[in-house]
Each structure stands twice: as structure tokens, then as C-alpha cells.
Design a protein around this ligand. Structure first.
Ligand code: HPA
Length: 285
């Protein structure tokens, strides 16, 4: 997707929203409710945005929401384009390309993911420390436009250390408050930290695949995030990723996995998730 198209889209969004957000948030499956928290918001359905594809999967409203959290302007992608839906990587990552040209500096990527660790139960959150790209393709394959970034981007610190610290601090505060007010029975951290493995989907994994990804160093599996993280880093944006653990991955329990369960768990953690995002944004600005 060309620089000119992304620039056109960035201009379009700027023409609809006068403020200049520095932070963008991508909301994963079941986590869209955060977009309702924005004040003075404008909502632009994806089909109305020039050069955007349209999102189809259940649970993805598919709109860009621009508004404020405690007075700070943010850009929120409520729903994303997935590779498994048949979109090309250029389409999957086009919103991220646009964010870069809009002057976004920090990107918060969220997703629903399956846990590969018995310690990390559904309903908890995982801060992404690093990723494995097991999608079978890299979104930067093809000719490189230097105006976006370098041919061979460094991925040593793909997930920003300072942003991770902000998330951990906010999560610790929430855990402490919830324990003290009696909402939570234990003071154990609900935020884990681990490696996210991005897969193409749309099948969930087989138990043998789950054992393989665990051997490879993954802590959670999902079907998004990796392409966006790569594109954001290419354009020099700082990235932080938070997975909502919606299920134990295939074969870890006797249960089978279904999309409804994934969405339900997302809804269950919505409150604490919204609070976490709000505090992270407050700390960032
Ligand atoms: N596997 C892949 N993607 C997912 C899962 C899973 O178990 N849960 C939510 N997204």
C-alpha cells in the first residue's frame, strides 16, 4: 500500500478531527467496549474511510473512534482487519500505516489470546514482552518505501520497555485497590508477562501444535497483533501489547475452544481492562 494512499487517509482523518492524538489503541476481540469510554468522540465506520478495507468478523464493530480519555485525545481502532479474513497484509496493517502519518507516537495493541501456561488462567491479562511471527508471512515483504522506515528494521526491542513499565505499574495499582476494597480475594497479580505467538488462523491450534509453540518459547497464541507491531516499529512508533487470556489453548484442558467463549471472557474482563487502559493513557500524557 503506497505512502500516498496512507497520506491521503491521514489527511481525511485529520479533516474530521481537529485534535492531534499521540496515542492509538487497537481493541481486540471482545474488548471493543473501551471505545465507549471516549468523551467528545467522533466515530468513523471503516467503509467511510478512504483506502480502508471493511471488517466482517463477529465482535468487531469496525470503526475508528477519535476522542478523549480524561482530556487526552486518542485514536481507537474498534475492530481490526485480520489476515484470516482474507485481507492482504497491506490491508491488515493499513490503519497502522495511517497512524504513523497522523503523528501517532505510542501504539497500544490488544487482543484475545489462548494461554499456553497452566499458571495463566482465562480472565487474566498478559503483557507482551516479545513475539514470535508464525503467520508465515512478513507484512514488510516487497519493495521498501524509505519514507515509512528502513529496509531491515531492528526488532530487538519491539515492545517498548518504558511503556511496559507503565502498564505493570498501573496493573499493580489496580490489583492493590481491588484487593483492599474486597473485590478480589487475593492480591496475586492479574497481569502476567510473556511471549505472544501470532498465527494466521482461522482454525484454533491442534494440541500437538500447542505443544510445539510452547517448546518454541510462546506463552500465548493469537491471530493478530504481530503484523501491526512490525509496521508500527517500521515507522518508529513505540509499541506495547496486552493480551486478554480468553481460554487455555487446545489440549491443555478437556474443553474444546469456541469463539463465543473467547468473546464472553473478553466481556468478563472488560471493566478491569478499561481501567488499565485509562490509567496507562493518563500516565503517558
Ligand atoms: N488460539 C488462537 N487464537 C486465539 C485463541 C486460541 O486459543 N484464543 C483467542 N484467540
Amino acid at each position: 500500500m503506497s505512502y500516498e494512499l496512507a497520506a491521503e487517509t491521514a489527511d481525511f482523518i485529520r479533516s474530521k478531527y481537529a485534535k492531534s492524538p499521540k496515542t492509538a489503541i487497537v481493541l481486540g476481540s471482545g474488548l471493543g467496549a473501551f471505545a465507549e469510554e471516549l468523551e467528545n468522540a467522533i466515530r468513523i465506520p471503516y467503509p467511510e474511510i478512504p483506502n480502508f478495507a471493511t471488517s466482517t468478523v463477529e465482535g468487531h464493530a469496525g470503526q475508528l473512534v477519535l476522542g478523549e480519555i480524561d482530556g487526552t485525545p486518542v485514536a481507537v481502532q474498534q475492530g481490526r482487519f485480520h489476515f484470516y479474513e482474507g485481507y492482504e497484509m497491506d490491508q491488515v496493517t493499513f490503519p497502522m500505516r495511517t497512524f504513523g502519518l497522523m503523528g501517532i507516537e505510542n501504539v497500544i495493541l490488544t487482543n484475545a489470546a489462548g494461554s499456553l501456561s497452566t499458571e495463566m488462567a482465562p480472565g487474566s491479562l498478559m503483557l507482551i514482552s516479545d513475539h514470535l511471527n508464525c503467520m508465515g508471512v512478513n507484512p514488510l515483504r516487497g519493495s521498501n518505501d524509505k519514507r515509512f522506515g528502513p529496509r531491515f528494521p531492528d526488532m530487538t526491542s519491539a515492545y517498548d520497555a518504558e511503556l511496559q513499565t507503565i502498564v505493570v505499574t498501573a496493573a499493580d495499582e489496580i490489583a492493590k485497590e481491588r484487593f483492599e476494597s474486597g473485590v478480589d480475594k487475593s492480591n496475586t497479580d492479574f497481569l502476567h508477562r510473556g511471549v505472544y505467538c501470532g498465527l494466521s488462523g482461522p482454525t484454533y491450534e491442534t494440541p500437538a501444535e500447542v505443544r510445539m509453540y510452547r517448546l518454541l518459547g510462546a506463552d500465548a497464541v493469537g491471530m493478530s497483533t504481530v503484523p501491526e507491531a512490525i509496521i508500527a516499529r517500521h515507522q518508529g512508533m513505540r509499541v506495547v501489547g496486552i493480551s486478554c487470556i480468553t481460554n487455555f489453548a487446545a489440549g491443555m484442558t478437556d474443553e474444546s475452544i469456541n469463539h463465543a467463549e473467547v468473546m464472553e471472557t473478553g466481556a468478563r474482563v472488560a471493566e478491569v481492562f478499561k481501567e488499565l487502559l485509562r490509567r496507562v493513557i493518563r500516565e503517558l500524557h
